[in-house]
Design a protein around this ligand. Sequence first.
Ligand code: PXP
Length: 245
Amino acid sequence: MKLGVNIDHVATLREARKGVEPEPVAGAVLALLGGADGITAHLREDRRHINDRDLTLLRKVVHTELNLEMAATAEMIRIAKKIKPDMVTLVPEKRQELTTEGGLNLKKNFKQISGAVKKLKTSGLYVSLFINSEEKDITLSADTGADAVEIHTGGYANARGRNQARQYKRVASAVETALKLGLDVNAGHGLNYENVKKIASITTIRGLYIGHSIVSRAVLVGMERAVREMRQLIRDAADDNRNRN
Ligand code: PXP
């Protein structure tokens, strides 16, 4: 099972200062060194984290799987055709949301989404649709001609106890239905170090796409070393000063 690491929130941290660090491309390279099979980046209409320059550089350094998450808009289709990611994942996008809130509404937006799938596939791109675990969304996904679906695991991740067991069953059954229809099946959203194992036990899933929990852990496991390095620089400056006098 593949692990795709979403590096959007490395860019979120950079954008907190509108500066140059942390560099998301460096984050991507380190994620690959750590064993990621691929890198995911979501280019949002408002460019709140990943921007066009990041995507161009990511395409140059990610030689495994670059997964571009994007809305099914004319602007994004144009960018995808230019960048040529290894996978395009179409997601719904609302300006005010903190993160992608739900799967695509295929019933309502079938024409727009199937049109986007057709355009992307005509350009030779592999297309996945981010959907909820509803049977109807899976059959409609197959009808669009998409290659794959990514099942939204947010409901499972946010649920507790018996409700989580119920949500898990919905994901597992959605995976089965999608496979039967000939779709490749990915999963993601809200997966973390506590809840990932159960989803990873569904071995027919092609890949898991995880971002926030990995970037969050990276901040914490890197903190000690980062402070030690700064501490040392300050100590060195004091030593230099003493040696000069
Ligand atoms: N898959 C999709 C389609 C997403 O939109 C996101 C969030 O950007 C993820 C996976 C990763 O979710 P998380 O950051 O909660 O791991």
